[in-house]
Design a protein around this ligand. Structure first.
Ligand code: SF4
Length: 356
């Protein structure tokens, strides 16, 4: 979705995602005929600069985890392209793909489920090193170094995952992810399952590692307050599509898309007397197997509900990408009117005074 204006200097770009789609077939009947597709990721585009973090946010089921895995080719894309340092990774097979995987790693959400309980920490962290044929003699020392790097003891090497807390297990996951000196890591809800205080420690660790190794992150989360702290830029995803893309500060101070405004209204504020009200979106995210026509958000967006004329357009016409300021793009017919009238919260409460 990023417009021409949002493009960073191409020399800085590590990862480029171009119109990426991932559809899952729906099969029915004895012959497993394909009767439709779940459009989990439906044409997303963005760039991630070297040493920077792009936050990817949206509700559960919006396709962000599928997007992360498709970028890494843990899932094969249906269409589109993923470029690493300007070269497509989609034609890679066998040894060439394995070699590329050294550069692109993932940290999973569930530190409990992503570590094999029967393997020692040494084997878990050393596994990617072994797969890439690093000599055995070097492996153990490398694992001890990695454990130290992520804030664990070198002597934890022979312990098992159940002997560690949630935060420590996520540190083990991070050690495994950085074992091969990657330059890009997908952090898939990497702190979502942790207590708030532990979240802060893990976020700090990720930032330290980014600083030290020049890592680029795709930081996937549904919690906008966490994303704010770690991201240089943020993209907002709804029903497989990007609806807004902005530098982090812009997105939080001047969100343009009604969906982003609703998500931000749910972020806790330090002052409970600030009078800020949460915008409650009605209904669940529609099924990606039969997304709504026009703007996919029209079934839940507060604006067209209050303005029947607007509804006509939102329902029938897919909005184009607009870029009102450099680096900030949005996909909404009426973002200007909504903004001029004080944002979707005001629109919601003072509906009568508005003309679309
Ligand atoms: Fe809401 Fe219409 Fe904008 Fe979609 S195009 S976000 S339905 S106002």
């Amino acid at each position: 979705m990023a417009s021409e204006e949002t493009k960073p200097d191409s020399n800085d770009v590590l990862i480029e995602v171009k119109d990426l789609k991932k559809y899952f077939p729906i099969r029915r009947g004895v012959f497993s005929r394909v009767v439709g597709h779940v459009k989990a990721v439906d044409g997303i585009s963005f760039k991630i600069r070297r040493g920077k973090t792009l936050g990817l946010v949206g509700e559960s089921g919006c396709g962000k985890t599928t997007a992360g895995r498709t970028i890494l080719r843990l899932l094969e894309p249906t269409e589109g392209d993923v470029l690493y340092e300007g070269k497509s990774i989609l034609p890679l097979r066998g040894q060439a793909l394995r070699a590329m995987r050294r550069n692109m790693q993932i940290i999973f959400q569930d530190p409990y489920g992503s570590l094999n309980p029967r393997m020692t920490i040494g084997s878990i962290v050393g596994e990617p090193i072994a797969i890439h044929h690093v000599p055995r003699a070097k492996r153990e020392e490398r694992v001890r170094e990695l454990l130290e790097k992520v804030g664990l003891s070198r002597n934890h090497i022979n312990r098992y995952p159940h002997e560690f807390s949630g935060g420590q297990r996520q540190r083990i996951g991070i050690a495994r992810a950085i074992a091969l000196n990657p330059s890009f890591i997908v952090c898939d809800e990497a702190v979502s399952a942790l207590d708030v205080s532990i979240q802060a420690q893990i976020v700090n660790l990720l930032e330290e590692l980014q600083e030290e190794f020049g890592l680029s992150y795709l930081f996937i989360a549904h919690d906008l307050s966490v994303v704010k702290h770690v991201s240089d830029e943020v993209v907002v995803m709804y029903l497989g599509k990007l609806v807004e893309h902005a530098p982090s500060d812009d997105l939080y101070t001047k969100p343009l898309h009604p969906y982003t405004q609703a998500l931000l209204s749910a972020v806790p504020v330090p002052d409970p007397k600030s009078g800020r009200k949460r915008i409650v979106l009605e209904g669940d995210v529609p099924s990606p197997s039969s997304p709504p026509s026009g703007c996919p958000f029209h079934t839940r967006c507060p604006y067209p509900r209050l303005h029947p004329d607007a509804m006509e357009r939102c329902k029938n016409e897919a909005p184009e990408v607009s870029s009102p300021t450099e680096g900030h793009s949005v996909v909404c017919h009426f973002y200007k009117i909504i903004l001029e009238n004080g944002g979707i919260r005001k629109v919601h409460s003072g509906a009568e005074s508005l003309q679309p």
